[in-house]
Write a protein that binds this ligand. Structure first.
Ligand SMILES: [Fe+2]
Length: 156
């Protein structure tokens, strides 16, 4: 059966559904890469980095669930399949093996900054066309930028 788009609002920068789907993919990747780094961190900042990554992962899972369910609420089937995430994520692949804590801090600060920047573009694009979707994106962006700050100061 074809995908239903019963109430999908249009925006000037692609459909609301496209913006949500792009967000879904990178938040799933963030959660996976966060766990990988949680497991493979080494160094004197291990405890803090290990624990903060788990908070980020927990938040990312909540966020992508909110995004997926917003897609469903506007009548579009969310696509969180592994192949879709691999094909669509803008994040560089996680490095293999053990990772120094400082490198993790720098890499995840950049990852969170990048996602937050893309979210800001999407929340502006959604604009008045769909304030509820915009609210979802704003809430995620606010929390992402807080995590980025808390990571960034560890690397100082
Ligand atoms: Fe753990």
């Amino acid at each position: 059966m074809a995908t239903t788009t019963l109430t999908e609002p249009k925006t000037t920068a692609g459909t609301t559904a496209e913006l949500l789907q792009a967000t879904l993919v990178e938040l799933i990747d963030l959660s996976l890469q966060g766990k990988q780094a949680h497991w493979t961190a080494t160094g004197p900042m291990f405890r803090g980095v290990h624990e903060q990554l788990d908070v980020i992962v927990d938040d990312a899972r909540t966020w992508y669930d909110d995004v997926a369910e917003r897609l469903a609420a506007i009548g579009v089937a969310p696509d969180g399949r592994v192949a879709t995430v691999v094909a669509g994520t803008p994040l560089d692949p996680a490095p293999q093996g053990w990772q120094k804590d400082g490198e993790i801090v720098d890499r995840f600060t950049a990852i969170l900054d990048g996602i937050a920047a893309r979210l800001r573009q999407r929340m502006a694009a959604v604009g008045d066309d769909d304030l509820i979707t915009q609210d979802v994106l704003i809430g995620i962006g606010r929390a992402l930028e807080k995590h980025a700050w808390m990571l960034r100061v560890q690397g100082k």
